[in-house]
Write a protein that binds this ligand. Structure first.
Ligand code: SAM
Length: 237
């Protein structure tokens, strides 16, 4: 099954962009995913192809019009989820990425200017997603991030050697650190356990490192991980 990505944007020339090279590029050429862009301006109704207007209540910038964007969304509507890139959205997670990658594809709506008229999200089933707590100039980079994360999980894209199962976030933890040759570099030597050939010890070391690093670097993830592990006894208040 081909994973179909449709991107609604004012800048279709940005796609597939970096997704046309390396792993994602090969997967695109192999037909594992398909990339289609829709120019939002094609749904404007005036001869200037206007898609935005001034913010109600005043203030700087311009707002993408709900009627124009809804017409673009309706034109491509099918069984795939529609995701709008917005800093106000739910943070993108590996769980969401995995669920999307298991489906038929996704339609991604890229904002510009000050973003979308809020009524769009009241009137259409559109999921708002953020790729982090910072502000981009447009949703296109976010769409590329979302698609890259999905594409590498599609069957056959990464190959059997790296299933991705052990990677950061898959277990709710950050991944353990990696090392490769040379064994000693600038006076620093690869931890002895990784050179021992003892697979049980290596697995235990990696698990311990994943837990320590998550606790120190991402207390928020660690808290969630521990919360999920330590379930209260049934009947406990
Ligand atoms: N006025 C908006 C705010 O403060 O929340 C920012 C709009 S931003 C300049 C323009 C567009 O970039 C947004 O509509 C959205 O599509 C995209 N964007 C910016 N930051 C993003 C983020 N962290 N995640 C996803 N999309 C983002």
């Amino acid at each position: 099954m081909t994973f179909r990505a449709t991107i609604l944007t004012l800048y279709p020339e940005m796609f597939p962009g970096p997704l046309g090279v390396s792993l994602a590029g090969r997967a695109l050429r192999d037909g594992r995913w398909a990339c289609e862009t829709v120019q939002i301006r094609d749904f404007a109704t005036d001869r200037h192809r206007t898609v935005d207007d001034t913010p109600a209540g005043g203030g700087v910038g311009m707002v993408l019009r709900a009627d124009i964007i809804a017409a673009a969304v309706d034109a491509v509507a099918d069984e795939r989820p529609v995701i709008a890139m917005t800093p106000r959205g739910a943070p993108l997670t590996q769980d969401r990425v995995r669920a999307l990658a298991a489906g038929p594809g996704v339609t991604v709506l890229c904002g510009r200017f000050e973003g979308f008229d809020q009524r769009l999200f009241e009137a259409r089933a559109i999921e708002e997603v953020s790729i982090g707590d910072y502000v981009l100039s447009g949703g296109e980079m976010g769409a590329l991030v979302l698609l890259d994360a999905c594409i590498r999980l599609l069957p056959g894209v990464m190959g059997a050697a790296s299933s991705g199962d052990e990677e950061s976030f898959e277990s709710g933890l950050l991944e353990y650190p990696h090392y490769t040759r040379p064994v000693t570099w600038e006076g620093r030597t690869i931890p002895e356990v990784l050179r021992s050939g003892d697979h049980a010890r290596i697995a235990a070391w990696r698990q311990a490192m994943a837990e320590t690093d998550t606790r120190l670097r991402r207390p928020d993830l660690w808290e969630r991980h521990e919360g999920a592990r330590v379930k209260p006894p049934s009947g406990a208040r």
